[in-house]
Design a binder for this molecule. Structure first.
Ligand code: HEM
Length: 429
C-alpha cells in the first residue's frame, strides 16, 4: 500500500472555530494551524481539551519566565484526585512497583532549584566534554555498519541507537539490554496516549513496572559502589536543603521521563526530522555538506527550531491572568506551544525556511528558557552535531525512498516522533 505523506497535505482548519490540537490529523502537520492561531487567537482555549494554547514566541518567553503566575505542577502528581485509568495505574504501581515521584520538570523553585543542583552537578560541562569523544566514536561506528549497503532505515539503524546507547552507558545499563530498554520507553510513550482502554493501561503500566525493577537493581548497585556515570551522581548526591538523596520513587520518575524519553527520544526525533528537512531542501544539503564546519552548528539549531521535538510544554496558572484580552483562570492548564513560537515571523525572518546563516537561530525555544531550560541541551547538541557530521562525512548524496516509508508521526500531543525513515544514498569514495 502506498503511504500518504501527510506532511505534503496538511490539515488546516478553514476557520478558527474548527481549530483544535486534539485532532491527530492536525498534529500530523500542525504548522498551518499554529500560523492561524498566532494570527487570530494567540491565546486559544482548545474546545476539546480546555487547554489554553499560547502560540507566539514573546508570550511563551514571558510565561516561561513568570514564576509568580505560572507553575510546572502536574495534576498527575496529585494522587488524591486521580480517576479512571490514572487511578488504576497508580494502584498497580503501589502494589507491584514504585509510584513515580515528582520529576524535576514538574517542580517549582526553590524546591526545583535545589533538586536541579544535583542534576547540574551530574551534567557538568567537564563530564559532557568527556562524553563527547564517545558520541563521536559511536556516530562513526554506527555509520560504518551500513555505509556499504547504500541504504538504511535511518531511524532504526542510526537516530535511535546514537543517543540511546550514550544514555544507557551513562545510566549504568548493560549494553546488551539497550533494545529491551527501548521497548520500555516506547511503551511509556504509548501509555501517555489519550483514550487508552483499561487493558492497555494495565499493559503499559506493567511494562513500566518491569523497567522499574531493572533500574532498581542499578540504583542499589550504585549506592554500594558509586562510579563515574551520570546516574551514580543522581543516586548518591545529597540534595542541598533536603538533607537526603533522591528516593527510589523520585529516581524512577527521572529514569523514564527526564532521561530515557526526555533525553533520548527527543534527540532521535531531531535527527530524523533533520534528514527529512534536508531531503526536501537539497540546496540546504549542498550548502551544509560542502562546509559542515561552518554550517553544522546553525543547522542543528534550525532543526530543533523547525521541527521542535518537544512541541509544547504545560504550565498551570497560579492566579487569574489576562493575555491578549483572554482571561486565563487560576488552575487552568497552559500549553507553551514552542513549535509555534519557533516559527513566529515576529521573531524569525522567513521562519518556514532553513537558513544556515540565520543570526538568531540559537534563540529558538526548542529547549525552553528560564529555570526549566533543558538540562540535556549541551549533550543533545553534541549528539546532533556528531550524528550529522558522521553522516555528511560518509554520504555524498541521499534521498528518502519513495513508497517504502510510513511517514506519519506517532500520534502524540507533545512529542513529534517519526517511526521510520528508509533512505538510499551514495557513499563517499
Ligand atoms: C533534541 C533533544 C532535546 C529536546 C528538544 C529537549 C527539550 C526539552 C524542553 C523543551 C524542556 C523544557 C520543558 C519545559 O519548558 O518545562 C526540557 C527539559 C528537560 N530536558 Fe530536554 N530536550 C532534549 C534533550 C535532552 C537530553 C539529552 C536530556 C538528558 C539526558 C534532557 C533532559 C531534560 C531534563 C531533565 C529537563 C527538565 C529540566 C528542568 O525542569 O529543570 N533533554 N527538554
Amino acid at each position: 500500500m502506498q503511504e500518504i505523506n501527510r506532511m505534503d497535505s496538511p490539515v488546516c482548519p478553514a476557520r478558527l472555530a474548527d481549530a483544535t490540537l486534539a485532532d491527530p490529523e492536525v498534529l500530523e502537520c500542525p504548522y498551518p494551524t499554529y500560523a492561524l492561531l498566532r494570527e487570530e487567537a494567540p491565546v486559544f482555549k482548545d474546545p476539546n481539551t480546555g487547554i489554553y494554547v499560547v502560540s507566539r514566541y514573546e508570550d511563551q518567553r514571558k510565561i516561561a519566565l513568570d514564576y509568580d503566575n505560572f507553575s510546572n505542577f502536574r495534576y498527575s502528581n496529585d494522587h488524591s484526585s486521580l480517576k479512571g485509568n490514572a487511578r488504576l495505574a497508580h494502584e498497580r504501581f503501589l502494589e507491584k512497583g514504585w509510584v513515580p515521584g515528582e520529576s524535576l520538570a514538574a517542580r517549582d523553585d526553590p524546591n526545583h532549584k535545589q533538586m536541579r543542583s544535583i542534576f547540574d552537578q551530574a551534567f557538568r560541562p567537564k563530564r559532557i566534554n568527556a562524553i563527547d569523544a564517545d558520541v563521536e566514536k559511536l556516530a562513526y561506528q554506527l555509520m560504518a555498519e551500513f555505509v556499504n549497503d547504500g541504504h538504511c532505515n535511518f531511524v532504526h539503524q542510526y537516530a535511535v541507537p546514537l543517543p540511546l546507547f550514550i544514555i544507557c552507558q551513562q545510566m549504568g545499563a548493560d549494553m546488551d539490554d539497550v533494545w529491551q530498554i527501548k521497548k520500555w520507553t516506547d511503551g511509556w510513550i504509548k501509555g501517555l496516549s489519550i483514550g487508552l482502554s483499561e487493558e492497555e493501561t494495565i499493559y503499559y503500566t506493567d511494562l513500566e513496572i518491569e523497567a522499574q525493577h531493572y533500574f532498581q537493581a542499578i540504583f542499589e548497585r550504585l549506592r554500594k559502589t558509586p562510579d563515574d556515570s551520570l546516574l551514580s551522581d543522581l543516586v548518591n548526591l545529597e540534595v542541598p536543603g533536603w538533607g537526603r538523596t533522591l528516593t527510589d520513587n523520585e529516581l524512577h520518575a527521572e529514569m523514564m521521563q527526564d532521561t530515557f524519553v526526555g533525553g533520548s527520544e527527543t534527540t532521535t526525533n531531531a535527527m530524523a526530522a533533520g534528514l527529512m528537512l534536508l531531503d526536501k531542501d537539497k540546496s540546504a544539503w549542498e550548502q551544509l555538506s560542502s562546509n559542515p564546519d561552518k554550517y553544522l552548528k546553525t543547522f542543528c539549531d534550525e532543526v530543533v527550531r523547525l521541527e521542535t521535538p518537544t512541541q509544547g510544554m504545560m504550565r498551570v496558572a497560579k492566579n487569574d491572568y489576562e493575555l491578549h484580552g483572554v482571561q486565563i483562570p487560576k488552575g487552568a492548564q497552559v500549553d507553551l506551544r514552542y513549535a509555534s513560537g519557533n516559527r513566529d515571523p515576529r521573531h524569525f525572518e522567513n521562519p518556514e525556511a532553513i537558513n544556515l546563516e540565520r543570526k538568531n537561530a540559537g534563540s529558538h525555544l526548542g529547549f525552553s528558557t528560564g529555570t526549566h531550560y533543558c538540562l540535556g541541551a549541551p549533550l543533545a547538541r553534541r549528539e546532533l552535531y556528531w550524528g550529522f557530521k558522521a553522516f555528511i562525512d560518509a554520504v555524498e548524496d541521499f534521498s528518502v525512498i519513495p513508497n517504502k516509508n510510513n511517514l506519519r508521526h506517532l500520534p502524540n500531543y507533545s512529542l513529534r516522533i517519526l517511526k521510520e525513515l528508509h533512505i538510499e544514498f551514495t557513499a563517499r569514495t
